[in-house]
Design a protein around this ligand. Structure first.
Ligand code: ADP
Ligand code: MG
Length: 377
């Protein structure tokens, strides 16, 4: 067990990292954050911020020398950096799990190998693969295998010609071509797994997206059977990967079927409700799993609705200059918790903060949350 006041290392300094730093501080740990952005949200509140590249040898050396263990909040950290750090200290999740999650080809191959349910797809590594792809995959979505997020690096393609064109536009990067499904719902599950294989699973959230970016998440999900199926699949996935740390799994519901969409080797935007609605948050679980502490109780004490605050909100009706939204309207709502990430400049599509409305049932919390969101938008 790694006990406070040990120093923990975190690769990545975004808002997920910022919440990790807060959770670690609450338990009495110190944190060193590595992120090239000199103004990163987590770097600002960490005990030390190394503003260097994720493969900077001096920065990695410093982390190996000062930290008791390493975690990550960003799946695109070079797996080589994790592997190098793992030679001298615990790294959770490990390089192998992260390298599966950071590449859609590896991720889907892994799911297929264990017979886990996923949408029909084909790997596209050269233009010829588009010709060979099953006709049934159209209309489909071409997604770059690496570095896509928030709907970036993917495009809907109706036929082979469009798929070829998109593949060229993506610079011949390896891609997956996935069948476009008629989604009824999207769910996600966040869980923590420790070294002994103990798993604690947070309740499945239902997620609504807007323009490819998560907009609203709520719990509990109305269909208990579906939520239970998603939770079972997420646990199976974590066991199969021998995963240690916090894992997020996204799901598609199509008719009576449930498919695994993708996974992330870290806490997830859709798990932010756990900050305010659960006995233990996803970030505290990340600290606990990293340090070998007993995992916390993931039980939910309220229904909750989380609404993302994107930079768009700063530009009312087509205004040119950014203007701070009127936070008083949010702060006046009982049972509403506001979280802002301290990012200096609001840009459309950028995640600036979120709020969570707590309630005794999801339906009323959703109503309140949507009404409040409209009033400031
Ligand atoms: P990202 O890394 O950007 O989150 P995802 O693969 O999760 O990438 O896709 C983003 C969103 O696009 C999904 O949450 C879903 O709303 C939609 N989407 C992705 N793949 C499909 C698909 N095969 N069929 C229908 N919708 C999809
Ligand atoms: Mg996604």
């Amino acid at each position: 067990m790694i006990l406070p006041p040990a120093t923990l290392g975190l690769l990545g300094g975004g808002q997920l990292g910022r919440f990790f730093v807060s959770a670690a501080h609450e338990l009495g740990y110190r944190v060193v954050v590595l992120d090239p952005d000199p103004d990163s949200p987590a770097g600002r509140i960490a005990d030390q911020h190394l503003a260097a590249a994720y493969d900077d040898p001096a920065a990695l050396d410093h982390m190996a020398a000062t930290c008791a263990a390493i975690s990550t909040e960003f799946e695109n950290v070079p797996a080589g950096s994790l592997a190098w750090l793992a030679r001298s200290l615990p790294v959770r999740p490990g390089a192998e799990a992260v390298s599966i999650c950071q590449n859609r080809c590896a991720e889907k191959a892994f799911l297929r190998r264990f017979g886990l349910p996923l949408a029909p797809y084909a790997e596209i590594r050269c233009a010829e693969d588009v010709q060979l792809a099953d006709a049934d995959l159209f209309p489909g979505i071409l997604k770059v295998a690496r570095f896509g997020y928030d709907g970036k690096g993917q495009v809907v393609v109706d036929n082979r010609a469009q798929a070829r064109e998109a593949f060229v536009r993506f610079g011949f990067e390896p891609c997956v071509l996935e069948k476009k499904l008629e989604l009824e719902r999207e769910l996600s599950v966040v869980l923590a797994r420790d070294e002994n294989g103990e798993v604690r699973c947070f309740a499945a959230a239902e997620n609504l997206h807007r323009r490819g970016i998560l907009d609203v998440s709520f719990v509990p999900h109305a269909r208990a059977g579906e939520a239970a199926a998603a939770e079972r699949l997420a646990v199976e996935l974590a066991q199969r990967m021998d995963y240690v740390g916090v894992l997020a799994v996204e799901f598609f519901v199509v008719g009576k079927r449930i498919y695994i969409n993708e996974m992330a080797p870290r806490p997830h935007n859709s798990g932010h409700y756990t900050l305010d609605a659960c006995a233990t948050s996803q970030f505290e679980q990340q600290v606990r799993a990293l340090c070998g502490l007993p995992l916390g109780d993931p039980r939910r004490h309220s229904a909750a609705v989380m609404v993302n605050l994107l930079g768009d909100l700063w530009y009312g009706d087509g205004e040119e200059a950014a203007r701070e939204p009127d936070w008083r309207k949010l702060l006046a709502v009982p049972n509403l918790k506001l979280h802002l990430y301290g990012k200096p400049d609001a840009r459309p599509g950028r995640k600036m903060g979120h709020f969570t409305v707590l309630g005794s049932e999801a339906a009323t919390a959703v109503e309140t949350a949507l009404a409040v969101h409209q009033s400031i938008g």
